[in-house]
Design a protein around this ligand. Structure first.
Ligand code: ADP
Ligand code: MG
Length: 634
């Protein structure tokens, strides 16, 4: 056992660096915050290789006196607080006095600064925590910090870093947060010499939002504000026609600091309850201005989380404000039909079009799949077996064409009433049936089926009944179909007469271009159009009901989500899921008899018809025995 000994400052700083500096983006965040605290009106950030190679942040702030440079890079040295009491009235972004020390401990670091009133500036270099001499330099008023080879002396940490693109997207996010919190500061971000953002100062938060997330979103924002004195909330929330599949676009800027707060995020979801589909998240850009004694920012080393003295009050204030606003705003029309006031007419033609496509698709698909099954199954090559698929396939298609008359009942709701023989039971076998069986199953007569509440199909089976989730089933079938086609490079793509420009954020645009080839496999053709605009040239035919921009945006969300899939294959799979989900009939779509039949007919051809691509079941089975038992007959 060693004796207890005080750790050297170098070790202390490396430990602190572990907490504060996780990746290049953490460095960018700390340096931007220091520049803001120094009263800068313009900040230039330049990054090489996602910050893995170099990060330089230059500001025109008040500068650091020459003799204080060593203190600036020493740990627990700050100009921002003096006593513990000051912790309860922090008015700056920094106060812990450990960022520069931490960064300098794990990189080749240099800081150069000049105060406006001084003639010359001074520079100090620190390599892996070892400071050099202060040397006089000529430089503009302000401070420039350069950080090279981050984690060069902590190889383990370096190993955790991801690709340039991933690191850059984190850098971009850190930059975005500061830029949204400080619209009045001129901010520039460059990557490998390319300007990603050059944001002139503005009084209007909305302008910055448009820069980062496109004019479409900025136009769909609803201004909100509430409170006064020691607790004010103001900013924008998006019309429910705009939402995301994750909560990344929920910006909460507390006294100039972007934070995450579960309770406030919950209030936001509550306010949008019923306005968004499940799995969709609201978008917000909200400034919270709170007296500094009402919040403790000293709970997290990176200060992404804070503790409110009265979080319940803030929760109610936010929820109340949004509810009031939504009551006085007409949201519904836009929520269902984005961008069009003429309403239901468009909606219903859209739905009808998408449905007739369902039937067409089913016909095509049945024909090709059945053909493939015949081609691929030497085991059923006997004279009877090969003869069977042909005529029966035709029968099925005939049924789809003319909607073979049901024996009785509501023609729009009840599917054809062929008696369901015991052969149908094969389809319920949990394991995917062998090819020959699937061919057989596809020949089985269609069961009786009824759509209820525009959501579920209730089907009579040999053993009882099944309740099928129409969306989940369709999604599964489309997913398998799309996957097969994408792997063969034969996704049917629809070329646009006029390519559609889509405004994205810099990170998003970069991600799209990086995955251009992968997107091409899915039938999405894109091209850079200058700045952050991407041109969509073609997109999958099965999604023709959606706009190309909408499709691209949803794909982008998969490309830049917080935890990107570990490899290309998983990413590809995520994109397939997304497209299948988007193209499938929705929970709530009324289906005609032929459409129900088309869907059920396809079911036997899927390899795993029992689960949607997300793994949720597509159907519940109730046997007659289950029912008998429930009714106390047995
Ligand atoms: P903190 O920001 O918590 O005080 P830092 O390690 O980030 O700690 O910075 C230490 C000190 O260095 C700051 O308190 C500030 O006085 C000075 N400093 C750092 N960056 C700048 C800058 N860009 N302009 C002026 N002063 C700076
Ligand atoms: Mg700081």
């Amino acid at each position: 056992m060693n004796r207890i000994a005080q750790l050297s400052p170098a070790v202390v700083n490396k430990i602190a660096a572990g907490e504060v500096i996780e990746r290049p983006a953490s460095v960018v965040k700390e340096l931007l915050e220091n520049a803001i605290d120094a009263g800068a009106t313009r900040i230039d950030a330049a990054v090489e290789k996602g910050g893995l190679e170099a990060i330089r942040v230059a500001d025109d702030g008040r500068g650091i006196p020459r003799e204080e440079l060593p203190l600036a890079v020493a740990s627990h040295a700050t100009s921002k607080i003096r006593s513990a009491d000051d912790l309860f009235r922090v008015g700056t972004l920094g106060f812990r006095g450990e960022a520069l020390a931490s960064i300098a401990a794990v990189s080749r670091f240099s800081i150069r600064s000049r105060r406006a009133e001084e003639d010359g500036g001074a520079q100090l270099e620190v390599v892996g925590g070892a400071a050099g001499e202060i040397i006089p330099v000529g430089c503009p008023a302000g401070t420039t910090v350069e950080v090279r080879n981050l984690f060069f002396n902590t190889p383990v940490r370096r190993k955790f870093l991801r690709t340039t693109q991933t690191e850059m997207s984190h850098v971009s996010e850190a930059f975005t947060r500061i830029a949204l919190a400080y619209p009045a500061v001129h901010l520039v971000l460059r990557h490998q010499g390319r300007t990603l953002h050059d944001l002139p100062p503005t009084q209007e938060l909305r302008e910055r939002i448009a820069r980062f997330f496109g004019a479409d979103l900025a136009d769909d924002l609803i201004p909100v504000s509430s409170g006064d004195g020691d607790a004010r909330i103001s900013g924008y929330v998006a019309n429910p026609s705009q939402s995301r599949s994750n909560n990344r676009l929920q910006y909460l800027l507390l006294n100039g600091r972007a934070i995450r707060d579960r309770s406030l995020q919950h209030a936001l979801s509550e306010a949008y309850r019923g306005l968004l589909l499940t799995g969709r998240y609201p978008i917000c850009f909200l400034r919270l201005e709170l007296s500094s004694e009402l919040v403790d920012v000293n709970v997290h080393p990176t200060k992404h989380e804070v503790r409110f003295q009265d979080s319940g009050r803030l929760y109610s204030q936010l929820l109340g404000m949004l509810r009031m606003k939504f009551l006085s705003t007409d949201l519904t029309a836009r929520a269902s039909i984005p961008g069009d006031a003429s309403g239901p007419a468009i909606e219903s033609t859209g739905a009808a079009a998408s449905r007739s496509r369902l039937v067409d698709w089913a016909k095509d698909e049945l024909a090709t799949r059945q053909q493939r099954l015949v081609d691929q199954s030497p085991s059923v090559a006997g004279p009877t077996a090969t003869d069977r698929p042909g005529p029966l396939t035709l029968n099925r298609l005939d049924a789809l064409d003319c909607g073979a008359a049901p024996a009785s009942g509501n023609a729009t709701q009840e599917a054809s009433s062929h008696p369901s023989g015991p052969s149908f039971a094969t389809e319920q076998a949990p394991a995917p049936p062998p090819t020959a069986d699937r061919t057989d199953a596809a020949h089985a007569a269609l069961p009786r089926a009824l759509q209820i509440h525009n959501r579920y199909l209730v089907v009579e089976t040999g053993e009882g009944m099944e309740v099928i989730d129409q969306h989940a089933l369709h999604e599964r079938i489309l997913y398998e179909q799309l996957r097969d086609r994408a792997l063969q490079g034969s996704v049917e793509s629809q070329r646009l007469l006029v390519p559609e420009p889509v405004d994205l954020s810099a990170t998003e645009a970069a991600a799209v271009l990086e995955q251009r080839e992968l997107l091409g496999k899915l039938g999405v053709e894109v091209e850079p159009f200058g700045g952050e605009t991407i041109l969509v040239l073609a997109y999958p035919a099965m999604l023709s009901a959606a706009s190309p921009g909408e499709v691209l945006r949803e794909l982008v969300e998969q490309l830049v989500c917080d935890s990107p899939p570990p490899n290309r294959r998983d990413l590809f799979d995520d994109l397939l899921h997304m497209l299948a989900c988007k193209a499938a009939v929705k929970y709530g779509d009324p289906l005609r008899k032929e459409e129900i039949e088309a869907l059920l007919a396809q079911r036997h051809l899927a390899i795993d018809p029992h689960h949607c691509p997300h793994g949720r079941p597509t159907a519940l089975v109730l046997t007659c025995e289950d029912l008998d038992r429930q009714f106390k007959r047995i």
